[in-house]
Design a protein around this ligand. Structure first.
Ligand code: CUA
Length: 190
């Protein structure tokens, strides 16, 4: 089993903290509703709270959208229409990935991902076990996924969609090496 570390630990602690707040809030609501109160007494306050709530979440939604839109892994969102340095085909099938076993780091790679049988999912895990990116592998359809390996190391590709009895064994190591000079890469140059 991969130890929990880094960002995943932060997410786990955040999730636990938020869950605790939710449980406390619900407990408070349950205990505060034991005594009946006429609807007319609470309705105006309820509507006021609902309006504030709507504005709060509306603003939060628009802000989150504006901030994160630029980080989604699509070329149009990244403002990049340039060609990737390397195009890699990935064929998922029960229960393995047919794809290169070695790829360069620091190189913008265009993964063309499809499946030869059922739905799979290609998840890219760092040497530390962090999920860095994922894309569906679907039959009769090719998903385009741009990814740059941040540094050399032993990465792992795992299937992230239940695809049959061998799903949990559907993974493969991927050696990511420091790239050779661009002129000897052999792929299309950006
Ligand atoms: Cu392929 Cu799960």
């Amino acid at each position: 089993m991969v130890p929990i570390a880094g960002k995943q630990l932060v997410i786990l602690v955040l999730w636990l903290a938020l869950s605790t707040i939710v449980v406390i809030a619900f407990s408070w609501v349950v205990s505060s509703t034991k005594r009946p109160v006429p609807v007319g007494d609470v309705q105006p306050g309820g509507y006021r709270l609902r309006r504030l709530w709507g504005w709060f979440y509306g603003t939060l939604l628009v802000a989150a959208f504006a901030v994160t839109l630029w980080t989604v892994p699509y070329a149009w969102a990244q403002g990049s229409t340039g060609k990737p340095a390397l195009v890699v085909h990935v064929y998922a099938h029960q229960f393995a990935f047919t794809m290169p076993k070695k790829l360069p780091s620091g190189t913008r790679i265009e993964f063309l991902v499809t499946s030869l049988d059922v739905n799979h999912d290609m998840g890219i895990y760092s040497p530390q076990g962090e999920l860095l990116g994922q894309v569906q592998a679907m039959p009769d359809y090719t998903n385009v996924f741009f990814f740059t390996f941040p540094k050399p190391g032993r990465y792992v590709i795992r299937c992230l969609e239940l695809c049959g009895a061998g799903h949990s064994y559907m993974f493969q190591p991927l050696q990511v090496y420091a790239p050779a000079p661009a002129s000897t890469l052999g792929g299309r140059s950006a």
